[in-house]
Structures are given as structure tokens and as C-alpha cells.
Write a protein that binds this ligand. Structure first.
Ligand SMILES: C[S@@+](CC[C@H](N)C(=O)[O-])C[C@H]1O[C@@H](n2cnc3c(N)ncnc32)[C@H](O)[C@@H]1O
Length: 207
């Protein structure tokens, strides 16, 4: 079952800041420095769309962005964002159901995969992988467990909360790194945030 963040759209960013401060934002902004001018970019699961404004601060023009978000309420907020002179196409749909005419230089998946079971992760990944050009960059940010007890507590709490409020399908974190490894991606840059709980990786597609 696809999750729906409609119910949480109006408080999502405030809740995130309450628990994580600016960590979840910093983790995604870190990866934006790898975007080259005039890139074509696919963003899947951008939430309220603040990332569009952060991108526009670095590249006020020249980018071709396709922004796909399953939640209508998240999408409505995203469409109000200041995107500069970048060309943004908004698509309100599950990203795995969208057919794209062209491949992208960059794919961004910010806290998308933690919503999924292993099976859905596989399905969505299989859909996105062919859409990235060879030598393209996949900028992925998500939670990871590195053995600290409080990470498990926070993750379980989030899963319970978002299952009740948004109907997310999973209660465990799928193995996101393994997925990238299986498809031959190399992490050419990476950084962790919030005591290693959040991992941002710049994966390069080699074939
Ligand atoms: C955990 S939130 C993260 C939001 C945003 N990236 C952020 O960090 O603030 C996950 C987002 O992915 C969206 N989403 C979930 N499944 C999706 C799918 N299959 N296709 C597109 N968007 C999806 C949700 O609606 C939600 O906005």
C-alpha cells in the first residue's frame, strides 16, 4: 500500500525541526553542492518542497527539474516555492508509475526509501535506475542504523507514528546501501549527520 503524507503536510517540516533541528536539511543541502550547472534533475519524494528553494540558492537558473511527489498536499506546498528561473515540472503521482521521456543527469531521493518494504524499494529502484544517465549522480539521504540504541528507539517511534498518521507500509528500515551496491553504484562522496543516524551519499552510476 502506498503511503500518503497528505495528513502530515501541514506540520511535517516543523516536526522534523523539533526532533532533528536543521540536521535533516543540512544532510540534503550537503549533497546539492554536487549539482553541476544546467543539469536535468529528478526529485522523488521532495515533501513540502523546501529543497527547491535550497537548489535555487545555488543555481538560480539553468536547471531542468522534474519534481514527483505522491501527496497532493505536499505538492500544493511545493508549488508555492521560489524556484528562481529554473524550469520545474511538477508531477503528483507515485514516482514508480510515471513514464519519463528522457534520462536525467541527477536523481535525488531524500528520505524516500525509508517508507518502503524491501519489495517496494526494489520495485521503485528498478524503475529509477534506467532513468539515470551513465556517469550520472544519485544523491540519496536516509536514516541508517549504526548500533546506537537511541537510533532504534527513534526509528521505531517514527515508524509507528507515520504508520498511524500516513499509513506507511514498513516497520523496518530496508537495506538501502545493499540496493545501490547490487546495481554497481559507487559512493564517491558521503557524510553523516545527527550522530551517524543520517547518511547522505553521492552515488555515481558506472554502467
Ligand atoms: C519522509 S517524507 C520526506 C520529505 C522530504 N524529502 C523531506 O526530507 O523533508 C517522504 C516523502 O516521500 C513522498 N513519497 C512516498 N512515497 C512516494 C512515491 N512512491 N512516489 C513519490 N513520492 C513519494 C511522501 O509523500 C513524502 O512527502
Amino acid at each position: 500500500m502506498a503511503s500518503n503524507y497528505d495528513n502530515s503536510a501541514w506540520f511535517y517540516d516543523s516536526l522534523s525541526k523539533l526532533f532533528y533541528g536543521k540536521s535533516l536539511i543540512n544532510a540534503q543541502v550537503y549533497l546539492l553542492s554536487f549539482i553541476k550547472p544546467n543539469s536535468s534533475i529528478l526529485i522523488a519524494g521532495g515533501g513540502t518542497g523546501w529543497i527547491l528553494e535550497e537548489i535555487a540558492k545555488i543555481h538560480p537558473s539553468g536547471l531542468k527539474i522534474t519534481y514527483v511527489e505522491i501527496s497532493a498536499n505536499m505538492m500544493a506546498l511545493s508549488k508555492k516555492r521560489a524556484v528562481g528561473d529554473n524550469d520545474v515540472i511538477f508531477i503528483n503521482s507515485p514516482v514508480e508509475e510515471v513514464s519519463f521521456a528522457e534520462k536525467f543527469d541527477i536523481i535525488i531521493t531524500p528520505f524516500l526509501f525509508d517508507n518502503f518494504t524491501g519489495d517496494t524499494l526494489q520495485k521503485v529502484f528498478d524503475h529509477l535506475h534506467p532513468l539515470l544517465k551513465t556517469d550520472g549522480l544519485w544523491l540519496n539521504t536516509d536514516f541508517q542504523l549504526t548500533g546506537k540504541w537511541w537510533q532504534n528507539v527513534m526509528l521505531k517511534t517514527m515508524f509507528v507514528f507515520f504508520k498511524i498518521v500516513c499509513g506507511i507500509e514498513t516497520s523496518v528500515l530496508p537495506d538501502i546501501n545493499k540496493q545501490f551496491e547490487q546495481y554497481g553504484y559507487d559512493a564517491i562522496a558521503q557524510k553523516t549527520f545527527y550522530g551517524d543516524f543520517v547518511s547522505s551519499k553521492n552515488f555515481k552510476k558506472s554502467s
